[in-house]
Design a protein around this ligand. Structure first.
Ligand code: GLU
Length: 401
């Protein structure tokens, strides 16, 4: 049934949850459709004097539980459908961990590595200007995602603030500390993945020291996850990035990673181990799911597993800890950052990490309870939990007009 796009996956996951929870068909119809989607053209003066027009998007999926929240992605393969899927996942994610946000996402069709810093700044400021009608501390709060970073968030904050005439740090999260960022935000997604991985191991009775972990992706999330799980005593046997992979059955050290021999294509997992896809959507599909050797998959990326692969993992008894739970640490600390900015009162890193741990551990148990009660996968359980909370807010508010 599925053409394999992120949007198809997101819709099929929603429908599966709706079926299990007997969701009102009218409410399902509301939740299937993003609230609004903006497509913008971003003309940029390049360093050589020429003008290139880039395409960008910002999608608000749902705002029933609060202002919408979600990252901005710079990637050459960005499409409106992909941004819609990522925005929908943000809605469920915020509801699963119980933070008062709806879901949004933005994207620009660009390879940021091909731009100079000056070009990247001009692109970012013009994109921020074009999406101004949609963003704001009470409206919609962007953050980093694939291909963006804290410097890009600083430029967005500055563009918005210049228009307002005063500094508005709370318009964006994942900012540098110097302008109102939160301690602990940089590693927050990876730290959340670590807490959820440890909770999974505890639940399955796996020993942390004996666990063999493979991570796909060595960006902000992947590299951070490798470092934090290594600190916990897990043996990292494989890591890959877009160029290829490194593999060592006796374990890789985060520092020594680059010196190891490369063995591309080994990211599929290691017997009795944990596979952590931390790159991009659509990586585990019906074409490779039967070759995965791991017993647990923890989704640090958004949407790495297609519904067809999910079916295969279910049949094979492989536990998939879904993205909307596993990678929710990033947006959780984004929420802390927003709260700190609004109060102009900043917390210590220990305070941030401790509150994050509590939320991730509690959310894991919440999802597990639904999974056991309804006898469904962790993904369907998490989606039921998220959709249920959003539907309750939607129904309680009532339909306008
Ligand atoms: N881009 C991250 C995600 O996919 C973080 C979003 C945020 O902090 O708003 O969850």
């Amino acid at each position: 049934m599925n053409s394999g796009s992120a949007w198809d996956s997101a819709l099929s996951q929603l429908e599966e949850a709706a079926r299990t929870m007997d969701l009102d068909p009218g409410v399902l119809e509301v939740l299937r459709n993003p609230r609004r989607a903006l497509e913008v053209s971003i003309p940029v003066r390049m360093d050589d004097g020429s003008i290139v027009v880039y395409k960008g998007y910002r999608v608000h999926h749902n705002t029933s539980r609060g202002p919408s929240k979600g990252g901005i992605r710079y990637h050459p393969a960005v499409t409106l459908d992909e941004v819609k899927a990522l925005a929908m996942w943000m809605t469920w994610k915020c509801a699963v961990v119980g933070i008062p946000f709806g879901g949004a996402k933005g994207g620009v069709v660009v390879d940021p590595r091909k731009l100079s810093q000056a070009e990247l700044q001009r692109l970012t400021r013009r994109y921020a200007y074009e999406i101004l009608p949609l963003i704001g501390p009470e409206r919609d709060i962007p953050a980093p995602d694939l291909g963006t970073n804290e410097q890009i968030m600083a430029w967005i904050m500055d563009t918005y603030s210049t228009r307002e005439g005063y500094s508005v740090p709370s318009v964006v999260t994942g900012k540098p500390l110097a302008i109102g960022g939160s301690a602990g935000r940089g590693l927050a997604t990876a730290r959340g993945v670590m807490y959820v991985t440890l909770a999974t191991m505890k639940h399955l009775g796996m020993s942390v020291e004996d666990a063999r972990v493979v991570v796909q992706g060595f960006g902000n999330v992947g590299a951070g996850t490798v470092e934090l799980l290594h600190q916990q005593g897990c043996v990292i046997v494989g890591v890959s990035d877009v160029q290829g992979g490194v593999y060592s059955p006796s374990g890789l050290s985060p520092q020594g990673l680059r010196t190891h021999e490369t063995a591309a294509g080994r990211v599929m997992g290691y017997e009795g181990g944990v596979l952590i896809p931390a790159a991009i959507e659509g990586q585990l599909t019906e074409r490779n799911a039967d070759r995965v050797k791991a017993t647990v998959i923890v989704e640090a990326a958004n949407g790495p597993t297609t519904p067809e692969a999910d079916e295969i993992f279910k049949d094979r008894g492989i536990l998939v800890v879904p993205d909307i739970l596993a990678n929710a640490g990033g947006v959780t600390v984004s929420y802390f950052e927003w709260v700190q900015d609004l109060q102009a009162y900043y917390w210590s890193e220990d305070e941030v990490n401790d509150r994050l741990r509590q939320i991730m551990e509690r959310s894991y148990v919440d999802v597990l309870e639904v999974a056991e009660e309804r006898k469904v996968t962790m993904r369907t359980a998490a989606t039921i939990l998220g959709v249920g909370r959003v539907a309750e807010a939607h129904v309680t508010r009532g339909l306008y007009p």
